[in-house]
Design a binder for this molecule. Structure first.
Ligand code: TMP
Length: 208
């Protein structure tokens, strides 16, 4: 196994149906085959507590206020950082996280109109001020994303039901990332093979 001198932390972001979860798995498999010590994790649901919070957030058997919704994601994040991200960084591993703090800015900030500065402040606190070294944003047309979500034939979550909500979230990601030097945008309309090749090119440059 190849061990890096420092940990390297990658977040994969995008709207539902962007193909980011498949990409995250493919990057993980690729880096493992190259011999890098890599972990694949996600938000929400990267810890046992997070999995319980994920069920609450996705099923919403009881109505959840928008601030409470954000705080449940933040609780998942705090547990994720203390139990998974920080130990992996201390062990110089590569971490691939399928979603992270920027999802809260896009979904709860732009999507649900919560105050973005407040969300950022709570996110930083939950994350112990640790930030990913690189964020890969998989940008896809919302029409294509919707077709992919429907083709899964699974029950739609609250976040996936309305195209108008998804449009706000998609706009949020694009506006948030337009001037960020730590973000690389990939074309999610491409095939998974092409996406993986683009992602690997980017990651290799950063690891050198
Ligand atoms: P996933 O389907 O990518 O696993 O994400 C679960 C859903 O949760 C997805 O619709 C996006 C949403 N989400 C938020 O609304 N805010 C957040 O902070 C995170 C991490 C996810």
């Amino acid at each position: 196994m190849k061990k890096l001198e420092y940990g390297f932390f990658i977040a994969i972001e995008g709207i539902d149906g962007s193909g980011k979860s498949t990409l995250a798995k493919n990057i993980y498999n690729y880096l493992n085959e190259l011999g890098y010590e890599t972990i694949l994790t996600k938000e929400p649901g990267g810890t046992p507590l997070g999995l319980q919070l994920r069920t609450i957030l996705q099923t919403k058997n009881t109505p959840v206020n928008t601030k409470a919704e954000f705080l449940l994601f933040a609780a998942d994040r705090a547990q994720h950082f203390s139990n998974v991200i920080m130990p992996a960084l201390n062990n110089n591993k590569i971490i691939i996280s399928d979603r992270l703090n920027d999802s809260s800015i896009a979904y709860q900030g732009y999507g649900r109109s919560l105050d973005i500065e407040t969300l950022k402040h709570i996110n930083n606190w939950a994350m112990g001020d640790i930030k990913p070294n690189l964020t890969i944003f998989v940008r896809v047309d919302t029409n294509i994303a919707f077709k992919r979500i429907k083709a899964r034939k699974e029950e739609l979550t609250d976040f996936e039901k309305e195209q108008s909500f998804m449009n706000k979230v998609a706009f949020g990601f694009q506006e948030m990332y337009q001037n960020r030097t730590d973000v690389v945008t990939l074309d999610g309309n491409k095939t998974q093979e092409e996406l993986l090749a683009d992602a690997v090119n980017t990651i290799k440059k950063h690891l050198q």
